[in-house]
Design a protein around this ligand. Sequence first.
Ligand SMILES: Nc1ncnc2c1ncn2[C@@H]1O[C@H](COP(=O)(O)OP(=O)(O)OP(=O)(O)O)[C@@H](O)[C@H]1O
Ligand SMILES: [Mg+2]
Length: 361
Amino acid sequence: MNWDETGADTGELEDERLEDRLVAAGADGEDTAVEAALRPKDLHEFVGQEKVREQLDLVLKAARARGATADHVLLSGAPGLGKTTLSMIIAAEMEAPIRITSGPAIQHAGDLAAILSSLQEGEVLFLDEIHRMSRPAEEMLYMAMEDFRVDVIVGKGPGATAIPLELPPFTLVGATTRAGLLPPPLRDRFGFTGHMEFYAPTELERVIHRSAGLLDVAIDTEGAAEIAGRSRGTPRIANRLLRRVRDYAQVKAEGRIDRDIAAAALRVYEVDARGLDRLDRAVLGALLKLFGGGPVGLSTLAVAVGEERETVEEVAEPFLVREGLLARTPRGRVATPAAWAHLGLVPPQHGAKGQQGLFGA
Ligand SMILES: Nc1ncnc2c1ncn2[C@@H]1O[C@H](COP(=O)(O)OP(=O)(O)OP(=O)(O)O)[C@@H](O)[C@H]1O
Ligand SMILES: [Mg+2]
């Protein structure tokens, strides 16, 4: 629970701020070009996410056996975990064409009606960031998903009439980083919901080996493990770090990546052994060194590192909290014992003010 929560949807802000960081989970310009080449093409190539993969495999196989269009699928999970990739795999497995659009691109119900009415039978419609669709479009989508029908409104005011329009059966694949923001009526209309988890280091190693093969980069097991451990459980970050390490290896080590090369390269890029970057370490360092581990208010912490409040809260903290290095408490931010250990610092003898009750330290 975040005690400073304002309740605002800060998704966009987060995306913008994250873009210039190597360890950001969102895609940047370079990613979009390379990602197309690195995307697994079928369910077997798709690493990890065992549960989602197994369940989806059944949904798709059964639909294929019935000669039917697959049920609507909702994919939720943090950026860079493979939602877009999986939607393309769904289309490929169903041997169906795919149409790609996103919630923010659909401003009016009419935009959605135009897309829906031009779908072919069995086509996959991928709706990225589905939680950011406008309300009227969302309501039109309810009917389209359930009855394969939309009402197109012709005219304005009292003379307006609704003309029903039949749609061919299609599969909607919705993706969202924030399943909690979806209205229940929309969520309920998906036949299958797959929640994507962060990846284990061993899974990321497999992603890295696979990508290295495609990029024609020589990497050994330990080199891959070194990069995997710093990738924040996210394939997109793993692939990005691999590319940066490849640059370093090309210049300094005839292109071969082993543990030392990977570690040296990522030191240059200021990504530490646990995947924290300069900003993360600055926040943690200030919390420990200036405030004895807290509790300290968010605003004070932000001033101490010379960043905006929002940057600390939305860019640095989520990963620190996930890693169990920082806690958000009613009295302010508090470092955990693991944070002291990670920065190689010793906690004050009698415990920082107020920490005892929180961690029993
Ligand atoms: N399970 C996986 N196995 C191998 N590579 C993967 C896997 N998941 C994701 N990737 C790689 O990570 C990159 C990012 O994946 P993708 O674009 O599908 O993420 P996303 O969940 O759609 O992110 P966003 O929320 O930002 O849209 C892709 O290039 C893909 O190659
Ligand atoms: Mg995506």
